[in-house]
Write a protein that binds this ligand. Structure first.
Ligand SMILES: Cc1cc2nc3c(=O)[nH]c(=O)nc-3n(C[C@H](O)[C@H](O)[C@H](O)COP(=O)(O)OP(=O)(O)OC[C@H]3O[C@@H](n4cnc5c(N)ncnc54)[C@H](O)[C@@H]3O)c2cc1C
Length: 456
């Protein structure tokens, strides 16, 4: 097989790259993905609020749409959330233009016109309140596609790309990158003039291995470690009515560490993620199905230098420890119990004001599993947040662990995302250049534009 452009990975990065190339009438494009089409994808565990992050077992991370297909589909319409696009653009204006292009791609393919644009006066008031608690509120526009719409929208992008002549080679794993070509798992070879590698987080280890093999430099990024917080929706309502997924950045008093809120699911559900050797937690929100709770991740950024640079190994060791303590499931603790230095039991949780949405979690003591510095950061951050969101650090508040966001090793490239090997580009979360749907898609467009420049 012979193509002008081959894109590995049909996630937001790969799809947006193809979208951009086909807008300029580039022919001979193939997208290769080891997963299935969005309509064929099935996650047997998703209905039990449990997802599996291991491609061999479950479709949740792999296939057309990538990890975004089963996500709550919240588009953070900012070049500074989920990475920093200005790293790869000439100026901030260009970064915003990319964000708008990504939003347009989703809108053109059926994303609901569900734009959450914070009211200026309310934002000012919230910013003032946050500042007085030593917290930074980050106002952004957000569009909610919703988990139940995401599949239809992705299917729309897929069909449009096919109608523009893009070949989708699905259920096809790329095993190796060679000189001018790819070797597939089925033994076939695919030749290309230009290639974009966008294998997402599920493919980050594979990508790292390929980069090492080719002598292309990669760099460790920090890991985010924390808990998922669950409170009654009424507590978050005043904030979520201003911004759908409110982002707060906090500096902690004792260690001066950076902590942030992430992935707020208003009236959503906490879900369990199953990895090869540990479990984790995450959050979902649906357009139709609602709970009485709101959940969000509270994450402490941990960067390591010497003697251990590998932040992923550190994060994984914490996740594994908590998994052991949770009897193979996530740990759950009431804030009141954590404060008083005692473990949680179902009986005390049931008497509280929050009914957990993840019932497979096991009550216990997160302070045994989370290192002192990170736990101190979490407690201090919740106390600070309580001044902006009264009740968020109440005794009934539930904390689920482990919530860990790993970063891929960042592939070192030029501004067009071209690696040291000519005509080989990278994009998306797997290359460590994004951490979200919009930024992943935007990096796909950057790589596509790099190719367009070369094609001339
Ligand atoms: C549960 C969950 C909820 C999320 N919610 C949100 C949200 O609301 N908003 C947001 O902005 N972000 C969210 N995210 C993150 C978002 O989904 C990712 O940032 C985004 O999908 C990254 O896009 P990508 O194209 O880089 O990679 P991916 O979406 O991971 O796609 C990569 C693709 O590459 C394929 N692949 C990997 N290796 C190979 C190989 N060797 N050969 C062939 N194919 C390969 C995979 O099958 C996959 O389909 C969520 C993620 C998860 C898991």
């Amino acid at each position: 097989m012979d193509f002008q452009v081959v894109i590995v990975g049909a996630g937001p990065a790969g799809l947006a790259a193809a979208y951009e190339l086909t807008k300029k009438d580039v022919q001979g494009i193939a997208i290769i993905d080891l997963g299935k089409a969005a309509t064929e994808r099935n996650c047997p565990m998703i209905n039990s609020y449990k997802i599996c992050a291991h491609c061999e077992v479950c479709d949740v991370m792999c296939g057309v749409g990538g990890a975004g297909t089963y996500s709550s589909g919240l588009l953070n319409l900012s070049p500074f959330i989920g990475g920093d696009l200005t790293e790869f653009t000439r100026n901030e204006e260009e970064a915003w233009e990319l964000v708008n292009l990504v939003d347009q791609m989703f809108l053109e393919n059926g994303a609901p016109n569900n734009l959450f644009k914070p009211d200026k006066d309310k934002v000012e008031e919230l910013e003032r309140k946050a500042s007085s608690a030593d917290i930074k509120f980050i106002p952004i526009n957000q569009r909610l596609i919703g988990t139940d719409n995401a599949c239809r929208v992705i299917e729309g992008i897929h069909s449009r790309l096919e109608s523009r002549g893009v070949n989708f080679l699905l259920k096809t794993r790329v095993r190796e990158i060679g000189e001018g070509g790819l070797l597939l798992d089925n033994g076939e070879k695919v030749k290309f003039e230009y290639c974009i590698l966008a294998p997402g987080r599920s493919g980050m280890k594979w990508l790292e291995g390929q980069m090492n093999k080719m002598g292309i430099k990669t760099q460790y990024l920090p890991v985010d470690i924390g808990v998922r917080v669950e409170v009654p929706a009424s507590i978050m309502e005043p904030i979520c009515s201003i911004q759908r997924d409110p982002k707060f950045h906090i500096r902690t008093s004792t260690f001066d560490d950076f902590v942030r809120t992430f992935c707020v699911n208003h009236r959503g559900f906490v879900v369990m993620e199953v990895y090869e050797d540990h479990v984790g937690v995450n959050g979902y929100s649906f357009m139709e199905k609602k709970s009485d709770n709101t959940n969000f991740a509270l994450l402490v950024r941990v960067g390591l230098t010497e003697p251990l640079e590998d932040s992923t190994a550190y994060g994984r060791s914490i996740a594994t420890q908590i998994t052991i303590l949770g009897g193979g499931n996530p740990l759950l603790q009431r804030m009141g119990d954590l404060r008083r230095g005692r473990r949680s039991y179902w009986s005390r949780i049931e008497r509280g004001a929050v009914n957990p949405t993840l019932l497979s979690a096991n009550p216990g003591d997160v302070s045994i599993g989370i290192p002192y510095r990170i736990l101190t950061d979490i407690l201090e951050s919740l106390e600070k947040l309580d001044k902006v969101i009264p009740g968020v650090a109440g005794d009934s508040t539930l904390l689920y662990a482990p919530e860990i966001k790993y970063s891929a090793k960042k592939v070192l490239t030029d501004k067009n995302l071209e690696t040291g090997r000519p005509n080989l580009f990278v994009a998306g979360d797997g290359a460590g250049v994004s951490r979200g749907i919009v930024t992943a898609a935007a990096t796909g467009i950057i790589a596509a534009r790099g190719i367009l420049q070369k094609i001339g």
